[in-house]
Design a binder for this molecule. Structure first.
Ligand SMILES: *Cc1c(COP(=O)(O)O)cnc(C)c1O
Length: 238
């Protein structure tokens, strides 16, 4: 075991937990309402094991292939701490079958075709899958980041609600790069309030990353997705 790496992650985790604690106190939220998802994309399974040993229960990955392989490797090196695996990145329909085999939650459902593919895959596996609908907060300005436009959210939610195997669990969003997170997340909170009037059971709000978790918690986040603040900066790919 790399003790130095474990120590670095431990110190980072303490800082992130402190930031979440502070945000909850500042914004009148109960700490128990906010789940920390450690985003482990680009980092090795050994880091996942460090996080699990330090008490992390939820990890997030943005690519099916990487998530699947890392999860399998993690289960080999540390079968003692079961983790929940969250798929948080853009998903192609042809990955639905693979993802349905191991994901505990998918945060990035943003279109009917993807919902249907996941539903079909889960049906054949005889499982239920909690999903979040990813809301596009910049109205299509950056299609790479995905998300359903707010005006198309309700029809998509209706569709998922009527599916056989998907459980409509809530919403997810990423703050646009060109806007203050607090104004983007305020907009998200308003969208969510209307959404919850029709779908009161879908209480999860996945929002907030390393640099904007305070604003997200201020606006109702129940799950924050934190990568670089825990594990360091990622080497840019490509
Ligand atoms: C990478 C990623 C994160 C984590 O971002 P950090 O800035 O490293 O905390 C959160 N959400 C999504 C969707 C991501 O792809």
């Amino acid at each position: 075991m790399d003790v130095t790496r474990r120590n670095i992650i431990e110190v980072n985790l303490r800082d992130v937990q402190a930031a979440i604690d502070t945000a909850c106190t500042t914004h009148g939220r109960s700490r128990s309402e906010v789940t920390l998802i450690a985003v482990t994309k680009t980092f090795p399974a050994s880091d996942v094991a460090h996080l699990a040993a330090l008490g992390i229960t939820d990890v997030g990955e943005n690519k099916d292939q990487e998530a699947r392989a890392k999860r399998e490797e993690y289960l080999r090196i540390d079968p003692s701490h079961p983790l929940r695996w969250h798929l948080i990145g853009q998903l192609q329909r042809n990955k639905a079958k693979s993802v349905a085999a191991y994901a505990d939650m998918v945060h990035s459902v943003d279109r009917v075709a993807l919902a249907d593919a996941l539903d079909k895959a889960c049906l054949s596996l005889g499982r239920r899958l909690p999903v979040l609908l990813q809301v596009d907060l910049e109205s299509g300005a950056d299609p790479e980041r995905g998300g359903v436009r707010p005006d198309e959210l309700m029809p998509l939610a209706d569709h998922v609600q009527k599916s056989t195997s998907l459980e409509l669990a809530g919403l997810m969003a990423v703050a646009p790069l060109n806007e203050r997170p607090t104004s983007a997340f305020a907009r998200l909170a308003a969208i969510r309030e209307r959404f919850l009037a029709d779908f009161p059971g879908a209480q999860i709000l996945s929002a907030g990353m390393s640099h904007d978790l305070d604003a997200a918690i201020a606006h109702g986040a129940t799950h924050v997705r934190v990568g670089s603040a825990l594990l360091g900066s990622r080497t840019p790919v490509g």
